[in-house]
Design a protein around this ligand. Structure first.
Ligand code: SF4
Length: 273
């Protein structure tokens, strides 16, 4: 059985597969073994790192749970839920690695602790374990300052890093986060008709409806390593053969010709693919 897929989508999926097989994106989340050990062993640490993914590089956000625990001596959701937002803001302000917006982050994390304590019996992993994707997304988005971008990315990270395994039929509801890298690459590649978040989300849904979010990581990786805002290194870019704006000159090319690929090859995968 075959399915017609745009060559630009094929290139993105191939880049994801090749890069992750070679270890890119499989390393430490938090730029240190101590930070990673905590993230992978403590669901409250993982959730805190996930819901604070905004306004600063991901690897720095992943270090915040470790510094928070070092400062207050625990990551016990019941005890954090007892803290005032003001106290948590002061705590965040004092950390070696602190959130870009400490007051917003404090509100998010105290609300997360209350949610875990009151609704999930104190076990943060119950937010995702055995639950369907739309329910996990709705739970995360019930937190202040957590919108669709963070919640959809969080679900994919839980799949990659924490063993969350939703049914494949649920993956069609997972969008790209569409940060600046994804928005830029989708636009330059030519699959988004504008350099906006909405256009990127729409493009992923249109070109890879069975799992739009799977296009997030490869575009993000290309954006941060090759497709820089002012000086893209098209000659080294894994998408250069199919990119509409290679060398920032729009090729005089009509629509890309579809490529026949076995459906099995297009199936979704997580960190193992
Ligand atoms: S070929 Fe150039 S413009 Fe296109 S995605 Fe790669 S770096 Fe960006």
């Amino acid at each position: 059985m075959f399915n017609l897929v745009d060559p630009r989508i094929v290139a993105l999926l191939e880049h994801r597969k090749a890069a992750r097989a070679s270890g890119v994106g499989q390393g430490l989340l938090g730029a240190s073994e101590d930070a990673d050990k905590l993230l992978r062993s403590d669901s409250m640490a993982m959730l805190t790192g996930l819901v604070l993914q905004r306004g600063m590089p991901a690897e720095r956000v992943w270090q915040i749970p470790m510094h928070l625990r070092s400062k207050i001596g625990h990551l016990d959701p019941a005890r954090i839920a007892q803290m005032s937002v003001e106290d948590m803001t002061t705590t965040f302000d004092s950390l070696e690695v602190r959130p870009r917006y400490p007051a917003q982050a404090a509100k998010t994390v105290v609300a997360l602790a209350e949610l875990v304590t009151k609704t999930f019996g104190g076990d943060g992993s119950s937010i995702w374990r055995g639950r369907e994707v739309p329910d996990v997304i709705a739970t995360l988005e019930s937190l202040p300052w957590v919108g669709p971008g963070i919640s959809h990315m969080a679900v994919q990270l839980l799949m990659d890093e924490s063993g969350y395994a939703p049914h494949p039929s649920e993956l069609s509801s997972l969008d790209v986060k569409a940060d600046v890298h994804v928005v830029r690459v989708f636009y330059r590649l030519g699959i988004a008709d504008a350099e906006t978040r909405d256009a990127a989300v729409h493009a992923a849904r249109h070109y890879h409806p069975e799992f739009p979010g799977l296009l997030d990581w490869p575009a993000w990786d290309v954006g941060r390593r090759f497709c820089r805002p002012k000086s893209p290194v098209c000659g080294e870019c894994p998408l250069s053969d199919v990119c509409n704006k290679r060398d920032l000159e729009v090729k005089k090319r009509d629509t890309a010709q579809p490529i026949e690929m076995p459906v099995a090859k297009l199936q979704t995968g997580t960190g193992s693919d």
